[in-house]
Design a binder for this molecule. Structure first.
Ligand code: R5P
Length: 266
């Protein structure tokens, strides 16, 4: 059973992310650039703005928040506060790079970092998460743990379930992990809300099917990036994902929503 512990400020922040009506959420992941992964669409970051109204929360870094997101935005921010590694080196070698004062100044609704279970810097990443959990308890800020998968790790229910459970045991409020076969074993073993990452761009129908399966198998939502903003209809795609997550539509119904969406972002 999912049980979230927290006081008013903590729960108020969390309720802005996980919608109380459906109990579900659509997060838009646009934090890729922090380790040097800059897909074409992220080069003109401000082009993503039309997508914001369809997301329940934005997951991004402080640099892009400060320089590219309007201050009058009415969306909770999930701030990526880990850094220190690029795609060119060992990705697990991250530390926390944002202070709690800065996060509070930015009025964020949640903090996020990756854990690298089985990775070279596993311990460091687990202690990074613990630091966020401690801050979160003190200042009332939920934590989203991302289970990063190293090159040598299997993306299966055994590994992702273990990593998700570890994140929950360390105190993460929510877990972001990858979808896999037998996903109910992942959500079943992690007693906190679980969202799936989108991963690399796949055909729209497949991404919608993956979202449908994840919800059916106990996820509370998705934290999706490339499968939305790299679609030929990013707005249609986020609307379609939203319909699955919040309105429980079928994949066929969602695919129609995507097909009817406007082409491009502008
Ligand atoms: C992973 O550690 C980061 O949060 C990614 O930048 C993000 O999850 C990517 O989202 P997607 O895989 O849906 O593009």
């Amino acid at each position: 059973m999912t049980h979230v512990v927290g006081d008013w400020g903590f729960l108020n922040r969390l309720n802005k992310i996980i919608q109380t009506k459906s109990g579900h959420c659509v997060m838009l992941a646009i934090d890729h650039g922090y380790f040097g992964n800059i897909p074409g669409q992220l080069k003109q970051f401000s082009c993503l703005e039309p997508l914001y109204e369809y997301a329940d929360a934005l997951m991004l870094t402080r640099g892009m928040l400060r320089s590219c997101v309007p201050t009058n935005i009415d969306k909770p921010i999930i701030l990526r506060v880990s850094a220190g590694a690029s795609m060119l080196k060992e990705l697990s070698n991250e530390e926390i790079n944002v202070t709690i004062n800065e996060a509070l100044r930015l009025n964020v609704s949640a903090l996020t970092c990756s854990i690298f279970v089985g990775g070279e810097y596993e311990k460091q990443s687990l202690l990074n998460l613990s630091k966020l959990v401690n801050w979160g308890q003190e200042y009332g800020i939920p934590t989203l743990a991302v289970t990063a998968v190293g090159r040598d790790m299997a993306r299966d229910a055994r590994y992702l379930g273990m990593a998700s459970r570890m994140a929950a045991e360390l105190g993460a409020t929510m877990v972001k992990t990858y979808y896999c076969e037998d996903f109910e074993q992942v959500t079943g073993i992690a007693p906190v809300p679980v969202v799936i990452a989108g991963g690399q761009k796949i055909p729209e129908k497949d991404a919608l099917q993956m979202s449908r399966n994840a919800i059916d198998k106990g996820a509370v939502g998705v934290d999706m990036g490339r499968n939305i903003f790299q679609s030929d209809s990013p707005i249609g795609m986020i609307q379609a994902v939203r319909a699955i997550v919040h309105e429980n539509v079928t994949v066929e119904e969602a695919f129609e929503i995507y097909k009817n969406g406007p082409k491009g972002l502008l």
